[in-house]
Structure formats: structure tokens, C-alpha cells
Design a protein around this ligand. Structure first.
Ligand code: ADP
Ligand code: MG
Length: 365
């Protein structure tokens, strides 16, 4: 596993419970996955010695982090089985490249323009309307590196503030809802979709996910077909996700691709037979797919560092309900906006799951 965050940790647990031993490469001594792995190689993602060691020890290598240099995967591909491929990863590392790739498959994104200079921004006003969002093209996550701009002047200032790095200027659309599709794809090209997730973001960070989604089944089908097309276009092997916007007219618009398990797929840990992490293991190791169907309605709520305050959250109150599953990532330090864990609330009645989830979330604080 390249990367030692919470996604790597949940992959590691899934792999270990299936009898595998897991090596994690991550430069952080206390990474969530590194501390539970059978072996933690504490080195940078470009350390050739470390990569060679990993390739010698590992029958197969995957990642939990889209910003592993594609050249690192290419180096490993020469030596062992690597999924997803360096070429698939490369298409998802830059927002401009990613959007052009999505459009090339005939799938809509919001109107956007690639920005390398002030002149690009001025020219972009022909194709992108304000209000718009200027986003850094690489390394952004959880709403970081994004500035909402009401007009060209604001966009020019935002470009300065973002260090004149390559950006994408996106039209900001009125969202009706946000949904996502998490899927697993095998080496033979078989695709196994999880049920569509409906997501609520607060300040650009995922707050909660509910499944089943409340959008129409036709809309869900459209999103699934688009996600499958994107996976096939990437020749993707493993677990991945596509985030979608639903606009006020009900159109499904692709937002971004995650070449790894996704936060909006954490509900699968408790509400599906085979979780997104078990699926990642199965696809990586060339095993059959598990059952990805939904066992019960579920609501997932993220636990950000904000919930910690000066003391530990009130776990006892949260765990009072027998249908609440708590997942913590073993991070030492709680910071505002940092993903520390999540809860899954399971209930035969979706509305009841939703009510209980917000009650539990309040009780934690
Ligand atoms: P990240 O990589 O940080 O998740 P996203 O592009 O997914 O970045 O943006 C985070 C959130 O911000 C989205 O889930 C959505 O709620 C909001 N957002 C982003 N782009 C747009 C847009 N063009 N129009 C409306 N809302 C947007
Ligand atoms: Mg996103």
C-alpha cells in the first residue's frame, strides 16, 4: 500500500482479515495505516531504495492517494503487479487533464477553463460565467486550494493568492444534490458498482452520506453508467469513485474522479456484504468480486477534528445505540477539518437512520 492514511488503514485491515500481510510505504512515522501494517517502510514516495524493497517484497501494490507521483507507479510497474496503473493515475492528478478526459468520453462537466496566466483568466470569461470557483489544478482536497470569485477582478486576485499556480476556473452551479458512485473493476474489465451514495458537503468537506440516495432511479442509472464508462476509459483495476453534481434541472454532471476508495463509500464497511476496501483487495489480488449490494439503509457521518474540542468526544453516548458503528483512524492529533473517523448508523427505515445519525452526532460534541 502506497500511502498510510485512513484509506490505507482500512485497506490494510481488510487485507489482513483475508490472510494477507501488508507493507505500507508512508513518510509519516505515525501514519494510520503504517501503525497497523505488518511492515511500515518509512520513506518518501520517490525513494528508489524503498520502492525497490517494496517491489521485491510485495506480490501486488496499490495506492490510497492520487498524489503519489505517476513516475513512482511506473517504476514499480517494471518490477511487480501494480493497480491502478501509472497512466490511469496520471489522468486523475490534474483537474484540467481529468476534466478534458471526462469530456472526451462524452460526459459533461461544469463549464471550465485551464488557467496558467492572467491572460488565460481574461480569455476564460468567454466560456465560464461568474460566480466561478478558481481551484488549484493539483494537490487540492477537502475544498482546500479553492476560492469562490464573483467577477474577473476577484478571480485575478484569487490567482495571485493561489501563487499563480496552474488552476482551473469552474463555473459555480446551483447544486440540487451531490451523489457519488463507488465501484470496483477487475483485470478482465468486469465492473461491480456499489449503490449510489448521496452526499452532503459542508465547507467543501464531506459531512454525511446517505444510502439509498433520494434521486430518481433513472438518475442513479445515469450516474452508474457514466462512472463505469470512466472506469473503462481509464482501464482501471481496483476500487475507485466518481463524484457527481445534480443541477437544478436534474442533470447529472461529473465533478471529479478518485482513483482509490472514497469517503462516500465508507458506508459499505457496515451496510454491504463486501466493503469498498475488501473489493480493493479482491481486485488487486485477482480474486472474485464480493457482493456489493446493500444490506440495510445507512447514514455515514464524518468525525472531523472539530468534534474533539478540549477533550475526547462522548463515545459512550454515541455507542448507546446498538445500530451505531464507530470507526476511528488512530490519528494522534485532532485538528479542525481533519478527518479523524466516522460513524455508520444502520436502520431498516432510511429516515430513522438519518434522525438517529444527527442525534448521535450532536451527542458526541
Ligand atoms: P475536492 O477535491 O476538495 O473534493 P471538489 O471539486 O470536489 O474538490 O469540491 C468540493 C465541494 O465544493 C464539492 O463537493 C461541492 O460541494 C463544491 N463545489 C465544487 N465545485 C463546484 C462547482 N463548480 N459548483 C458548485 N459547487 C461546487
Ligand atoms: Mg470532491
Amino acid at each position: 500500500m502506497l500511502g498510510g492514511g485512513q484509506l490505507g488503514r482500512m485497506f490494510t485491515s481488510a487485507a489482513q482479515s483475508m490472510g494477507y500481510r501488508v507493507v505500507v510505504l508512508d513518510p509519516d512515522q505515525n501514519s494510520p495505516a503504517g501503525i497497523i501494517a505488518d511492515q511500515h517502510i518509512c520513506a518518501s514516495y520517490t525513494d528508489e531504495q524503498a520502492l525497490k524493497q517494496m517491489a521485491e517484497q510485495c506480490a501486488a501494490i496499490t495506492t490510497e492517494f492520487e498524489n503519489i507521483p505517476a513516475s513512482t507507479l511506473a517504476f514499480l510497474e517494471q518490477r511487480t503487479v501494480v493497480h491502478p496503473s501509472s497512466t490511469a493515475l496520471a489522468k486523475t492528478q490534474n483537474r484540467n487533464v481529468e476534466k478534458r478526459f471526462i469530456n472526451s468520453l462524452g460526459i459533461a462537466t461544469v463549464p471550465f477553463a485551464s488557467i496558467h496566466s492572467q491572460e488565460d483568466l481574461i480569455a476564460a470569461t468567454h466560456s465560464v460565467q461568474f460566480p466561478a470557483i478558481l481551484k488549484v489544478a493539483t494537490f487540492g482536497y477537502d475544498g482546500k486550494g479553492q476560492i469562490v470569485c464573483e467577477n474577473l477582478d476577484a478571480a485575478l486576485q484569487a490567482f495571485e493568492a493561489l501563487g499563480q499556480k496552474e488552476c482551473v476556473l469552474e463555473q459555480r452551479i446551483q447544486l440540487d444534490r451531490e451523489i457519488s458512485v463507488v465501484l470496483a473493476r477487475s483485470e478482465n474489465g468486469e465492473v461491480y458498482n456499489f449503490p449510489v451514495a448521496e452526499n452532503v458537503h459542508v465547507n467543501g468537506i464531506l459531512h454525511s452520506t446517505r444510502v439509498p440516495a433520494t434521486v430518481s432511479s433513472a438518475q442513479q442509472q445515469t450516474a452508474i453508467e457514466m462512472a463505469d464508462k470512466i472506469a473503462a476509459g481509464l482501464n482501471y483495476v481496483g476500487t475507485m469513485a466518481v463524484e457527481f453534481f445534480v443541477d437544478q434541472s436534474g442533470n447529472i454532471i461529473a465533478n471529479e474522479i478518485a482513483p482509490r476508495p472514497h469517503n462516500s463509500g465508507h458506508y459499505t464497511l457496515d451496510a454491504c456484504h463486501s466493503s469498498q476496501f475488501e473489493q480493493q483487495v479482491r481486485m488487486l489480488c485477482g480474486l472474485a468480486s464480493g457482493d456489493t449490494s446493500l444490506i440495510t439503509p445507512v447514514v455515514m457521518i464524518n468525525l472531523l477534528g472539530d468534534v474533539w474540542g478540549s477533550s475526547q468526544p462522548n463515545w459512550q453516548a454515541a455507542l448507546q445505540l446498538p445500530n451505531v458503528k464507530l470507526h476511528l483512524y488512530g490519528k494522534k492529533e485532532a485538528r479542525v477539518g481533519r478527518k479523524m473517523g466516522h460513524i455508520n448508523v444502520l436502520d431498516d427505515a432510511a429516515e430513522s437512520a438519518l434522525n438517529q445519525a444527527s442525534q448521535v452526532f450532536e451527542a458526541l460534541k
